[in-house]
Design a protein around this ligand. Sequence first.
Ligand code: TXE
Length: 478
Amino acid sequence: MSIFQNYIDGRWASSDAATKNINPSNTDDIVGEYAHADKNQADAAIAAAVEASKSWRYSGIQQRFDILDTIGSEILARKDELGRLLAREEGKILPEATGEVVRAGQIFKFFAGEALRVQGEHLKSVRPGVEVEVTRGAVGVIGIITPWNFPIAIPAWKIAPALAYGNTVVFKPAELVPGSAWALSDIIARSGLPNGVFNLVMGSGREVGQAMLDDRRIDAVSFTGSVNTGGVVAASCSRRGAKYQLEMGGKNPLIVLADADIDNAVACALNGAYFSTGQRCTASSRLIVVAPVYDQFIEALKSKVENLIVGDALADGTQIGPVVDQRQLDQNIRYVDIGKEEGAELLCGGELLERETPGFYMTPALFTETSNKMQINREEIFGPVASVIKASDIDESISLANDTEFGLSAGICTTSLSAATKFKQECRAGMVMVNLPTAGVDYHVPFGGMKGSSYGSREQGRYAAEFYTTVKTAYVGA
Ligand code: TXE
């Protein structure tokens, strides 16, 4: 089996070490062997990005548009093939995986356009005869560190704006999903970018990731991943004064009020809590339901959850794919045990599941009789596990929703305009949804959270410019 290589300074670079990319739906299936970068390769990638930055930061906006547009077009043209690869390496079901690939293509197209729309300001000075210009320029070299749960969309929404605004990139994807990252890098490598502008280093977080965080030549780091690693990124970057942006966990609430359309509320809960095997930072893990509709909601949701088809991500009809790996599966089952020990009632699921092929399968779990103080309602589980919490009214529901250290996404199901308005105003989350699942966002508007979920400026849409550009104020005398 040939080894997929790292991409450094415009060349595919061989490594001594490689990791096997394993299909979580069938652990006998090896997706490929991917080179494992070491510190020296990280160093070479950073050096190349520094050198390339000297000219790329002054590159023309038409050139940037053309390159990003070309990348977006190839991703979209190959959506089925790339979707299969993503489903095979991460375990997301095929329609979701293909949807994610399409999203990545759309993001490159969007930022192709944004490259043309970089704005500045021209003002009069308070001093006679002086003019003031405020312009946005590239930050420099961007370190991009991504998680395994969106193997192509998250890299896309960091790499595309980085390049659009004239930065160079050192990209380190998650160890579990190098396949989509490599395929994306291969497309980028053939797009006409000058050597060194984009570099791929597939390697471990502790070695390659940490080397990037500690390297003074990297001007800014964009990270998505766990709260713990986010803390490491923050400490390392602030120690040396680098700019950084963090997207981390969630413990997202979905409130169901008495006047809700219950069928829609159940559909929102089912989608938000379980689709993508619950492995979304925007997943609804806390379902806050008011007393008058509590029993009706639970009964309807339970029957839907029990009927979800869990299986091979590539098989027709599968609704819930496997968990990404053994470690995450163990973590999910441990939280199910913790919930039971805490006194929550496990209404259904939460068990290991055997399928035709060896894989990381479990039945989606639904807890009732839970309180917001329980560990299962405080910590991000990141699997197909959701809890129902009973509330008396909208005030208590919003207070429970806000009683968390996270604040990424939050939803409400109601037919009352005033309830929806109150929720939108009072809920402390970066993204609020009315009669929609907490997961599922657009690419042309800001993405990000409050409190412990995020740090720094928002990602995506025009707001990405805040992170990927730096502002210069010029004073011009007569
Ligand atoms: O995350 P990590 P993991 C949560 C989820 C999951 C847990 C662990 O609960 O169970 O995190 O997942 C790189 N310096 N989320 O281990 O470790 C690492 O190589 C620099 C939630 O995958 O945070 C990878 O590329 N980089 C989250 C990236 O950081 C380091 C999505 C993320 O890995 C590093 C994913 C270091 N010292 C996981 N250590 C969400 N909410 O979206 C690791 N990395």
